[in-house]
Design a protein around this ligand. Structure first.
Ligand code: GLY
Length: 442
């Protein structure tokens, strides 16, 4: 089978590896924004272009007679890539433009939950003027200020975390109103976040192990928000700070949301649905939905996935997914992104990186390339998350410890990473935090 892939980050390198593991894979055609050295090794052909350039995407895949396309990032989905490719008869893993509003329009998402899902949201308000904003903050107390559209995970600011006063929150609101004329305010939620992602096809869901992404730039959740510095999963596919009810609740919200978006759009949803949830003392709430695989979570998921990926994804694209069909190894996983020192600020592009991938593989870890390109014998970073190291094992603590020993020796001096992803003490603190929050509810 000729398989197409859109995107060239770490998520897409992880997907490409999973697609090419299978003997069934014929050849991989990649439409990306840069030439990812890891993907390049696997691709029969690749081309660079804008992620919104639907015509160029469609022409590349149709001219190469690709049969199945997996869409990595959200931008082409929101621009209508799936619709355009399906009209040409290609099988696509990725929802329609209409359905991608779940990620591209946060007010639409909250309103859909209110109208059809009827659970999972904090108190929220679509705000177009300062009077409404002030009244909502006075009513709920601390709030999250969220741009309505895409922000690459970096646009949200939270009162009590990023600033402390109502006036500072209102300044953020004003800035968003100046820019977009609209902003979403949500009651601030206290708890632990987790990612639950599912393959979705015609109303059937097959869930992946629960993961936790580390969104802040530095250890101890310090610094700015990033696209995600790394993630871990546990061998039982759950998180030790969650109850069984939390996971059932998240899964029920995912199912109801798929039912809702299919009813709303009048189309089958075929692709990934990623629920970014938070467990609170009062139950599970939705932070946001993404209509794609997570990055970094895809790195964990693809490392654990045992199912034959091309066949499985072709079934997803065909509407033939049977419930709970994807099989994941009963193992824990950890991945950590190595990023330029200034990340998430820009300004540290073009760092030269020399990395001995074989040496890393010998230690039992894999390398996932992201925002980096090959320059003859070395590589050069492009400014964002450069590459990730990923490992699978019995528990995240030992994977993380071993990874730290390795990174002490091999990490290029101009890159940095979070040491605390998968760390035993940090996970224990999360368990205690949730126990303490729950113990205060009568
Ligand atoms: N893990 C965050 C994201 O993929 O948006």
């Amino acid at each position: 089978m000729k398989i197409g892939l859109i995107g060239s980050g770490g998520r897409e390198h992880a997907i490409a590896k999973a697609l090419c593991k299978s003997p069934a894979h014929d050849s991989l055609y990649v439409y990306g924004s840069h030439l990812n050295p890891g993907i390049q090794k696997l691709a029969a052909s690749s081309i660079n272009g804008e992620m919104q350039d639907i015509q160029k995407i469609r022409d590349f895949f149709t001219e190469n007679k690709v049969e199945l396309v997996v869409v990595g990032p959200e931008v082409p989905l929101i621009a209508g890539a799936s619709d355009s490719l399906r009209r040409k008869g290609l099988k696509v893993v990725g929802p329609s433009q209409n359905q991608a509003r779940l990620e591209g329009d946060k007010v639409f998402m909250r309103d859909l939950l209110r109208r059809r899902v009827k659970k999972g949201s904090p108190r929220w308000k679509e705000v177009k003027d300062m009077v409404t904003a002030r009244a909502f903050i006075n009513e709920v107390g601390q709030v999250a200020v969220k741009p309505v559209g895409l922000t690459g995970g970096k646009g949200v600011s939270v009162m009590g975390v990023h600033y402390h006063t109502i006036e500072e929150a209102l300044e953020k609101v004003q800035a968003e109103l100046d820019q977009d004329g609209i902003v979403l305010l949500e009651e601030r939620l206290i708890g632990e976040e987790f990612s639950r992602i599912a393959f979705v096809s015609d109303g059937n869901l097959s869930a992946m192990p629960v993961a936790q992404d580390f969104k802040y730039a530095f250890d101890g959740d310090q610094g700015g928000m990033t696209g995600g510095m790394g993630a871990y999963t546990m061998a039982d596919g759950c998180m030790p700070f969650l109850t069984k009810e939390d996971v059932l609740d998240a899964d029920s919200i995912l199912q109801l949301t798929v039912d809702a978006i299919e009813a709303e759009s009048g189309e089958s949803y075929r692709g990934f649905l990623y629920g970014q949830f938070i467990a609170t003392a009062h139950g599970v709430r939705v932070i946001e939905f993404n209509v794609r695989l997570g990055d970094p979570e895809a790195i964990n998921m693809m490392a654990l996935l045992e199912t034959d990926v091309p066949d499985f994804l072709a079934n997803v694209a065909d509407g033939h997914l049977q419930k709970d069909k994807a099989v994941f190894a009963p193992k824990a996983s950890v991945c950590k992104y190595l990023v330029p020192a200034a990340y998430p600020q820009s300004g540290h592009e073009k760092i030269t990186v020399n990395l001995n991938e074989e040496e890393i593989n010998k230690e039992g870890f894999s390398v996932i390339f992201a925002s980096i390109i090959q320059k003859s014998q070395t590589m050069e970073t492009l400014g964002s998350r450069a590459l990730a190291i990923a490992g699978v094992g019995d528990d995240p603590y030992r994977i993380s410890e071993k990874m730290e020993t390795l990174l002490d020796q091999i990490e290029p001096s101009s890159l940095r990473h979070r040491k605390d992803i998968g760390d035993a003490k940090i996970i224990h603190e999360k368990i205690q935090k949730m126990e303490s929050l729950r113990s205060k509810v009568y």
